[in-house]
Design a protein around this ligand. Structure first.
Ligand code: SF4
Length: 415
């Protein structure tokens, strides 16, 4: 099914449902308080309760007088935070959640918790001079995709998040219910776009999962990747609204966040103007060496071909030591050939940007006719990029058994 006709009206933002406090920032909460005849500083108390103490019921906000809580409830206000409706646990520790949106329409989105990361983008802003960069041999051990294999090499830039157990933690967050971009290799694309998420529904996924794992912001280091269901830059205002909430109210660093786009040029150009204090790192979902192959597997490329994406990407002012990430899904016999690797290396070098590549061996999904690449092809591809001086990492497949791996999120309530 072609969902590309859905692309037209995607930038329209959806207002938070009336009466939902979660998703409203401290300043707007202060205005809400003034509107009900309370001092503005009550808004700060509310923000503290919603985003730091993570309360889910108005009545639990004990910093507010009981009479005020009752008044707010009587006027139709509620916390309205998304809640985890179902949990799927993988043998590798990954958890995939169906999270019920707060809009009251019964829709769910998917969020994935990866306790050891996936060796892909994790949002850490630290330096990355890897063994691979220096030309040392990569892992020779690609004969298995078992995610418990520990000797796949990690991107040192991304050995970063430490949860309660001292493990790396990466949380993959959705930005839309379904997706209209229709990448041919992606299971989410099969849903089409159902609707945009609000800023509260995007940030709410993070806070709901933090609650489940008792994450302490400031002590536990969690990386966020906006790489779940949907194309964040086709829901730009709500996506950036969520980022501002997560930075300002929840207390997370934008340097521990990465947003991935399929190459929505107007979105990248807007993103380039975001102030560094609220700008996550950027990953471009490249996936092909040239326009011909890219258009076949990502029809969006017809609208914004590779060179227009690269021109937009060059406008993003990278922080010191930050690299532009290119995500590359290896499809057996389609995008994983030696000539593809050589072309990708030339393409990336021509950008002149400090860049790195995350390779993802395609995860199989029902109804999608691509092949998983051979381990030898993956290794050869990686070596070509490394030899060209491009730091290149292989993302571990996480949670394949629960359809939590990249491109596998399909809001599978039916499972
Ligand atoms: S890969 Fe991303 S942008 Fe492409 S269809 Fe899937 S969710 Fe949408």
């Amino acid at each position: 099914m072609d969902h590309s006709s859905q692309l037209v009206a995607l930038n329209a933002t959806i207002q938070p449902s009336r009466g939902m406090l979660f998703g409203v920032d401290a300043q707007a909460l202060a205005a809400c308080m003034v509107a009900v005849g309370e001092p503005a500083w009550r808004g700060r108390q509310l923000a503290e309760a919603l985003y730091r103490q993570r309360v889910t019921e108005l009545d639990a906000i004990t910093t507010l007088p009981k009479a005020l809580r009752q008044k707010l409830v009587a006027e139709g206000w509620q916390v309205g935070r998304p809640r985890i409706a179902q949990v799927f646990q993988s043998v590798d520790g990954t958890e995939r959640y169906l999270i019920e949106c707060s809009g009251g329409d019964g829709l769910t989105v998917e969020t994935v918790w990866m306790p050891e990361g996936d060796d892909g983008e994790a949002g850490d802003g630290s330096d990355a001079v890897s063994k691979q960069t220096r030309g040392a041999p990569g892992p020779s051990h690609l004969g298995t995709w078992d995610s418990k294999e520990s000797n796949l090499e990690s991107d040192p830039e991304e050995v970063s998040g430490e949860g309660k157990t001292g493990q790396r933690v990466t949380l993959c967050v959705s930005s839309q219910v379904g997706c209209a971009v229709n990448c041919r290799f992606c299971l989410t694309a099969k849903l089409g776009l159902q609707r945009n998420l609000t800023a509260g529904e995007i940030a709410g996924q993070v806070v709901a999962v933090f609650d489940r794992h008792a994450v302490e912001v400031g002590r536990d280091r969690v990386n966020l990747v906006f790489m779940g269901m949907g194309e964040p830059f086709l829901n730009y205002d709500n996506f950036m609204g969520a980022v501002r909430l997560l930075v300002r109210e929840v207390g997370l660093s934008p340097q521990r966040m990465t947003v991935s786009t399929s190459g929505i040029v107007p979105g990248i150009e807007r993103f380039a103007h975001e102030p560094a204090e609220f700008r996550p790192k950027l990953a471009i979902s490249l996936n092909a060496p040239n326009d011909q192959i890219r258009t076949e597997i990502m029809p969006i490329n017809r609208k914004w071909p590779i060179q227009s994406v690269m021109a937009a990407v060059r406008k993003v002012k990278l922080r010191p030591r930050e690299r532009m990430t290119f995500e590359y899904v290896l499809l057996g016999g389609v995008t994983d050939r030696p000539k593809d690797a050589a072309e990708v290396a030339r393409l990336i070098r021509r950008t002149g940007l400090p860049a790195k590549v995350n390779l993802i061996a395609w995860n199989p999904g029902p109804g999608i006719n691509y092949s998983t690449p051979q381990p030898e092809a993956v290794e050869a591809f990686r070596k070509t990029l490394i030899d060209a001086g491009i730091p290149t990492y292989l993302r571990k497949p996480r949670g394949r058994d629960i359809y939590a791996a990249c491109g596998q999120l399909k809001r599978t309530v039916e499972e």
